[in-house]
Ligand binder design. Structure first.
Ligand SMILES: [Zn+2]
Ligand SMILES: [Zn+2]
Length: 547
């Protein structure tokens, strides 16, 4: 069978893997690229996802970097099923609409600019209507249930402990009478996380896709992190100041509500106003409350004792922009939680504009900040940040608290991997920045001796022995040059080695295609093909005799 890495490789966003077995094509995840113009340009053209030919999409969880291009694919002709857990479907309902809303607003803003410059207008990636319509394609599956799909393909979703409804996906395929198993870790949770359960363990597999967001880092313990947060809140209360927390609407926000609730319940801090300024976070919190069957034991015990783990004495939800504006008039010390988590869009930008320049304010970064985002620039120590055309000085206290992460750290990833019992396991390290994935890949090679690769964007490979002669050796990443990169090298003056690689690649591609066609029982009768091949051959011979 064939695989093509369409996203979430050497970057944390745009997760998507295309799998192809005979005439059956399907995707695991269909995420949006985020973090800069160049990367986001990839969201525009999805023809290489084969939207019309895809049979189904397996969705690990609701985060936009995994689900965000589903409405776009449906717009382009996908008409199969999106298979995911019930909580993922519910979260996607609000998250895809929120994403569509952002797309519409951005397109409008861009078009206004473009009109003024006399340029052309472009539509949004998809609209709120497209997002709504896409929900009818969703089909839910329970955790641990085995679903027989088509042509010998079976799947099972197990709890990944990352966000509500998140799953790792096991896929069984039949290859020449033998059963093979693919495993997608999805985003793997942090076993210290409250509310959701710990990640499930998998022992068997032939090929694994392993995320690596924090493959180069160790989180501080949850206990230490809570102590740090406590210190920050106490200081803000003493100075009548505000704590601003940019948070992903799903999971991080609920985690913070839960944690502040525990600090108040235990008497460590007095009750302070906590604003949840994100309509998406409000809807997500409601979905959490409806899906308490996904909670871990501790949270369920709290529920049973009559406490609502997602409630606080002074929890203030602000739905409308008008309500949101009143927050800045409140002079009491307090906490503002708002999205987006990477500070790239949404109401958090207004709060940052209002507080970044104040020396007494505290900005607490709790989630992953991808390269190219505003959040990353703040963490990296930018002196000023531009919001809505205005340069804002960064004077506030900036804190980064890794222990609230919804991702396993390096130790957690390796521990999870250690449960696999197949010494011939092949591992694709994905969902991480380039250096991080490479570093983790190296560690895995050293510790477990598994064959490991860090795929490139748009790289294609064959899996399993029957096609061994067609399968390039699992090589270290430096040796793999994707077509785009080859073209780039050629464009910049060109080198002999790049030319030969290009030639080799094209020849192999052609052979593979011809072989595949023959396997399908096709005879080659088109005389044009034959003539063209003869011509190429003649040219090569001529060139060779000239050299
Ligand atoms: Zn995620
Ligand atoms: Zn992700």
């Amino acid at each position: 069978m064939r695989v093509e890495f369409l996203g979430g490789v050497r970057t944390v966003t745009g997760s998507a893997t295309l799998l192809e077995k005979s005439s059956l094509k399907w995707l695991v995840d269909c995420g949006m690229f985020q973090g800069g113009k160049e990367l986001e340009e990839r969201n525009r053209n999805v023809q290489h996802y084969y939207p019309e030919e895809l049979s189904f999409i397996l969705l690990t969880h609701a985060h936009i970097d995994h689900s965000g291009l589903i409405p776009k694919l449906i717009k382009e002709g996908f008409h199969g099923k999106v298979i995911c857990t019930k909580a993922t479907r519910e979260l996607c309902e609000v998250m895809l609409q929120d994403s569509a809303h952002i797309q519409e607003m951005e397109a409008e803003w861009q078009n206004r600019k473009s009109r003024r410059a006399g340029g052309e207008e472009a539509g949004p990636l998809y609209t709120i209507k497209d997002a709504e319509r896409s929900l009818q394609y969703f089909q839910t599956i329970g955790y641990d249930e085995v679903l027989q799909i088509k042509d010998g393909v079976k799947v099972r979703f197990q709890d990944a402990g990352h966000i509500l409804g998140s799953a790792m996906i096991e896929i069984w395929v039949e290859e020449e009478g033998k059963e093979k198993k693919l495993v997608f870790s999805g985003d793997l949770g942090n076993s210290d996380q409250p509310i959701v359960r710990d990640p499930s363990l998998v022992k068997e597999g032939d090929v694994l896709w392993l995320e690596s967001t924090y493959g180069n880092r160790l989180h501080k313990s949850r206990e230490e992190t809570i102590q740090e947060l406590l210190g920050i809140i106490q200081k803000a209360i003493r100075h009548q100041a505000k704590v601003i927390i940019p948070a992903f609407a799903v999971e991080r926000t609920q985690d913070i509500i839960y944690t502040i609730g525990q600090l108040i319940r235990k008497g460590f801090i007095p009750s302070v106003p906590v604003y949840i300024d994100s309509p998406l976070a409000i809807s997500a919190t409601e979905i959490f409350k409806r899906n308490s069957d996904c909670f871990d034991q501790e949270t369920r015990a709290l529920l049973l004792s009559g406490e609502n783990p997602l409630n606080l004495p002074e929890l203030i939800y602000t739905q409308t922009p008008e309500e949101s504006k009143t927050i800045n008039k409140d002079t009491r010390p307090g906490i503002i939680i708002s999205a987006s988590g990477m500070c790239d869009s949404g109401r958090i930008q207004h709060h940052l504009k209002h507080h970044l320049w104040r020396e007494s304010s505290h900005i607490v970064i709790i989630g992953y900040q991808a390269e190219g985002t505003v959040g990353r620039r703040i963490v990296d120590g930018a002196k000023t940040i531009r919001f809505f055309g205005e340069e804002i000085a960064v004077k506030a206290h900036i804190h980064t608290l890794g222990g609230f992460s919804a991702h396993a750290d390096q130790k957690g990833l390796l521990e999870w991997l250690s449960h696999f019992n197949n010494p011939r396991l092949e591992v694709f390290v994905n969902h991480g920045e380039e250096k991080t994935s490479m570093g983790l890949g190296e560690l895995i090679r050293q510790q477990f001796h598994f064959r490991t690769a860090i795929p490139q964007w748009r790289e294609k490979r064959f899996l399993f022995a029957s096609e061994k002669e067609m399968m390039p050796e699992m090589v270290t990443p430096e040796k793999v040059v994707p077509e785009e990169r080859v073209e780039e090298v050629l464009a910049h003056g060109g080198t002999w080695s790049a030319l030969f690689r290009h030639l080799d690649r094209n020849y192999k591609k052609l052979r593979r295609k011809l072989k595949r066609e023959r396997l399908k029982g096709k005879e080659f009768t088109d005389p044009r093909w034959l003539r063209q091949l003869e011509e190429i051959n003649e040219k090569l011979e001529k060139l060779e005799s000239e050299l």
